[in-house]
Ligand binder design. Structure first.
Ligand code: FES
Length: 114
């Protein structure tokens, strides 16, 4: 499986994100308050808000523009809004390197990485 090293675990603060460009797609890599890492496309399916600037709550992020709530586990927008974004698998290596699989995981086939 292809893996890209996108930085180190200690470089991201809790409830913050770091932005990486992979194959022309901007990806936001978050550290949750639990310490887990989640990576999602950095583009809100509503009007393109930068999710990296959103408020993190558990495994959800609220878009900074109009407050849509997106589940970072599967990229699905929470009701009453609708839509989805691509998510990416990140593994934390023993030395803290963050290894990202550049192939998006789409929870829904109608949802494609831009
Ligand atoms: S652009 Fe994200 S909620 Fe509108």
């Amino acid at each position: 499986m292809e893996q890209i090293i996108i930085g180190n675990y200690k470089d991201i603060e809790e409830k913050r994100a770091r932005i990486v460009q992979v194959n022309g797609v901007e990806i936001s890599v978050f550290k949750l308050s639990s310490g887990e890492i989640r990576a999602i496309e950095n583009r809100c399916p509503h009007k393109g808000g930068k999710l990296s600037e959103g408020i993190v709550s558990g495994h959800h992020v609220f878009c900074p523009l109009h407050d849509w709530k997106i589940d970072m586990n599967d990229g699905v927008v929470q009701a009453p809004d609708e839509g989805c974004i691509a998510t990416y698998q990140v593994t934390v290596a023993e030395n803290g390197d963050l290894q990202l699989d550049p192939n998006p995981v789409l929870s829904d086939t109608s949802c494609e990485a831009s």
